[in-house]
Structures are given as structure tokens and as C-alpha cells.
Design a protein around this ligand. Structure first.
Ligand code: NDP
Length: 299
């Protein structure tokens, strides 16, 4: 009798189908194969199935055939347009199955796919990935899930094979909300960091050495973020980073320094404007987190 990588009977091994074999879908399919899952794969360009078939997967001729192969159907495609195209070709094959869509996209798309699946008798879990394909199957990739709780619990052990997982609730859009917000924090932080490297570079400071010092000072941020989160949630704004009265006094110098070097100062000017408004409203004793009160949408 054939055996799986984990030593069990291949016939008893759980089945999973993976639709989409780009860099990420291939890493996902390979992880399932290596963990002993009977894995059926499909890709628009069929040539991408070959290395997975060599590793032990079965290739389906069509997306519909792949979807019919087992109870768990993982979809990992480029974008919403690709998902729309592929779902259109499997709509007669998904009843009674659970779709796990790991394609990056918006909360609204996720909610629409959940509705689409429910109308066809399928369970739907939306998933969003933070991490790189080579690390799939290790704790270094974060998978956020949301959607049907029953479907998630039924397939949790399979999903855990892929990395660190978190379930964000029954709203199918919740994983995308988490993903969009986490990615936004990264981009907003990192574009500010790059502008500051311009400033450091313009002053003739070694940017790599400066980056090392910034990395060390980042250790102070987790407690600050925690206290800001609490302040925003409760509306009780202590003087985090100092009082706004003191912080605002520094801002004109920071803006002038950047402008003297030709470095972008648009965000600093926005911060100063918000501080001035908050101070004018009589809140100069509060801290940086209190600027939240002025950011749209309010209420
Ligand atoms: P790739 O570009 O490597 O693969 C894209 C996949 O989508 C291929 O399988 C491609 O098929 C398929 N595809 C594109 N358009 C269509 C279509 N119209 N119909 C059918 N299939 C289509 O992307 P990745 O695998 O890297 O990314 C997949 C998803 O994972 C994306 O949403 C991405 O944001 C997300 N992700 C990726 C990460 C990464 O580091 N790679 C990290 C985190 C998330 P074909 O081979 O035939 O072109």
C-alpha cells in the first residue's frame, strides 16, 4: 500500500485541490504534497503543474475537474479578475465543497465571493497571506482567515500546514481588512523612512549605519503602539511622545530642516497642522495619539 510522507496510508490521506500555480500557489501545493495530502493541482498554463506532479501531486485538466477532486479547494491567483475568471469555470463543481481563496484583494471582493459560494452550496473562507513563497510551511508566513466558522474549523488542520494562522471571524471581509491595514502600516512607515534616508544622505551621514541605529530604537515602539491603541479605543489621551504643546514647538524646526535640504516635508506639515488645530481646541496637554480625533472619517 502506498504511504504518505507522514507514514499513513495514502488512500486515507486528506484531499486538497490547489487552483493557481504561480509562485505562491506552487509553494502552497508543494507544502500540501510534502505533508502527505492527496493534492490535485490546476493552472491556466498547464506547464506549471509539471514540477508538482513530479513531487507527487495529480494534475487536473480543468479547474472544474480540480474542484471536484476533494472537499477543500484552495484558490491562489494573481488578482480579483483572475478569481472571477476561474470561479466562472467551476461554478457547477463547488457544491458541498469549501473554497479557500488566498488571492490578495479587498474586503468587498471577499464578501462578494462568500455570497457567490453560498448561492452555489459551497462554504467560503477568505485568506490573506503575509510572507514569501519560500517560507510557506513555516511559522514565518502569516495566513489571516475569515468567513464560515464551521468551514474553517473543519479544515483548520490543513490550513495550519501552511504557516501561522489566525481566524478573524465570520465576516468574510475581515481577513482582507486585517491584510490591507497591516500592509498599509508597512507602506506608510516605510515611505516616511525612505524620505528620512534622503535627509540623512543629504547631510552626509552613512545611511546604512543610520538604519542600524533606527532598527535598535524600534525596540521602543511596541509599548508605544500598545498605549496608543488603548488611548484611541478609550478616548483618554495621555501625553504620549510628550504634550502637543511641546511637540508642536519642535515641528517648525523639523520642517525647516527638511526644506533646507530639499527633502519632502508634506507629512510633517500635515502633522504640524493637526497639532495646531488640536492645541487651538484646548487639547495641548494631550499627546500624539489624540490627533486621531481629527482624522477622517470622524465619529
Ligand atoms: P504569480 O504571478 O506568480 O502567479 C499568478 C497566478 O495567477 C498564476 O497561476 C497565473 O496563471 C494565474 N492567473 C493570472 N491571471 C489569470 C486568469 N485570468 N485566469 C486564470 N489564472 C490566472 O503570483 P503569486 O503566485 O506570487 O501570487 C498569487 C497571489 O498571492 C496574489 O494575489 C499575491 O498578491 C498573493 N501573495 C503573493 C506573495 C508573493 O510573495 N508571491 C506574498 C503574499 C501574497 P498562469 O501561470 O497561467 O499565468
Amino acid at each position: 500500500m502506498a504511504t504518505t510522507a507522514t507514514g499513513g496510508s495514502a488512500d486515507a490521506a486528506p484531499r486538497v485541490s490547489v487552483l493557481g500555480l504561480g509562485a505562491m500557489g506552487s509553494a502552497i501545493a508543494r507544502t500540501f504534497v510534502e505533508r502527505g495530502y492527496r493534492t490535485t493541482v490546476w493552472n491556466r498554463n498547464a506547464a506549471k503543474s509539471a514540477p508538482l506532479v513530479d513531487a507527487g501531486a495529480s494534475a487536473a485538466a480543468t479547474a472544474a475537474e480540480a474542484a471536484e477532486a476533494g472537499p477543500l479547494v484552495v484558490v491562489c491567483l494573481l488578482d480579483g479578475a483572475a478569481v472571477d475568471a476561474v470561479l466562472g469555470s467551476v461554478e457547477g463543481s463547488v457544491a458541498g465543497r469549501v473554497l479557500v481563496n488566498l488571492t490578495s484583494g479587498s474586503p468587498a471582493q471577499a464578501r462578494a465571493y462568500a455570497e457567490w459560494a453560498a448561492e452555489r452550496g459551497a462554504g467560503y473562507i477568505d485568506g490573506k497571506i503575509m510572507g514569501d513563497p519560500p517560507y510557506v510551511g513555516t511559522p514565518n508566513v502569516m495566513f489571516s482567515f475569515s468567513g464560515s466558522r464551521g468551514a474553517f474549523e473543519a479544515h483548520e488542520s490543513a490550513l495550519k500546514e501552511l504557516g501561522t494562522i489566525a481566524y478573524h471571524g465570520t465576516d468574510a471581509g475581515a481577513a482582507a481588512v486585517e491584510f490591507m491595514a497591516q500592509v498599509a502600516v508597512g507602506y506608510e512607515l516605510l515611505i516616511g523612512f525612505l524620505h528620512t534616508l534622503r535627509l540623512v544622505h543629504a547631510e552626509g551621514v552613512d545611511v546604512q549605519e543610520f538604519t542600524g541605529r533606527v532598527a535598535a530604537s524600534m525596540a521602543g515602539y511596541p509599548p508605544l503602539l500598545a498605549s496608543m491603541g488603548k488611548a484611541v479605543k478609550t478616548g483618554e489621551y495621555g501625553p504620549d511622545l510628550g504634550s502637543l504643546n511641546v511637540q508642536a514647538a519642535l515641528m517648525d524646526d523639523m520642517i525647516a530642516h527638511r526644506e533646507s535640504l530639499g527633502v519632502e516635508a508634506v507629512r510633517m506639515r500635515e502633522v504640524k497642522k493637526l497639532m495646531d488645530r488640536r492645541i487651538a481646541d484646548g487639547h495641548g496637554g494631550q499627546g500624539f495619539s489624540s490627533l486621531f480625533e481629527l482624522l477622517p472619517p470622524r465619529g
